[in-house]
Design a protein around this ligand. Structure first.
Ligand code: SF4
Ligand code: SF4
Length: 168
């Protein structure tokens, strides 16, 4: 069942829609005319069935609660193509980020890989673990060997600010 089909059973919430809109800056979902330029270039469309034009339609129709509790908003790869391609400044990307923030506030279920990324940032300031790469001749290279600067591990102040931003 598509996201649109699911919404036929839901009730729009205008108040929540205004709350979402108040978090958008220079983005106007109501001006979307469903040209689908966003969806035709979306990085996550093929793999994860994310259709940004549907997100905009549902958000502007007031189905905020349903979107904020849906897994689909976490499928966005933040490539920003939809924002660049949109002729109407409706920017699905910005709407998706605002929906994610709302989801966190409402304590909706957050995908595990996001929580892992948060733990990783607290540990070394990066979203991924520090990697060693291997050359074609199977020679391992770490950061030092590649003459890359060493990792600046986060101090307590960074952690405190980060947790404050997360609302922890
Ligand atoms: S968000 Fe922009 S690009 Fe996407 S359907 Fe609406 S007007 Fe078109
Ligand atoms: S930012 Fe997200 S929604 Fe927009 S095109 Fe990229 S993956 Fe798709």
């Amino acid at each position: 069942m598509s996201l649109i089909d699911l919404m036929t059973m839901a009730k729009p919430n205008r108040e929540l829609r205004e709350k979402l809109y108040s978090r958008l800056w220079r983005v106007h979902p109501d001006e979307c005319f469903q040209c689908m330029r966003c969806t035709s270039g979306c990085t996550s469309l093929k793999l994860l069935e994310l259709k940004p034009h549907e997100i905009i339609l549902l958000a502007s129709s007031g189905f905020i609660e349903e979107l904020a509790s849906s897994d689909i908003i976490w499928a966005c790869a933040s490539c920003l193509k939809c924002r660049e391609r949109c002729p109407q400044k409706a920017s699905p990307y910005d709407v998706i980020i605002a929906l994610r923030n709302l989801a966190v506030e409402r304590e909706a279920k957050i995908p595990e890989h996001y929580m892992k990324a948060v733990a990783q940032i607290l540990d070394n300031g990066l979203t991924e673990n520090v990697q060693t790469v291997t050359s074609r001749k199977m020679e391992p290279f770490d950061r030092e060997k590649l003459r890359l600067p060493s990792i600046q591990y986060p101090d307590d102040r960074f952690k405190a600010v980060f947790m404050e931003i997360l609302g922890g």
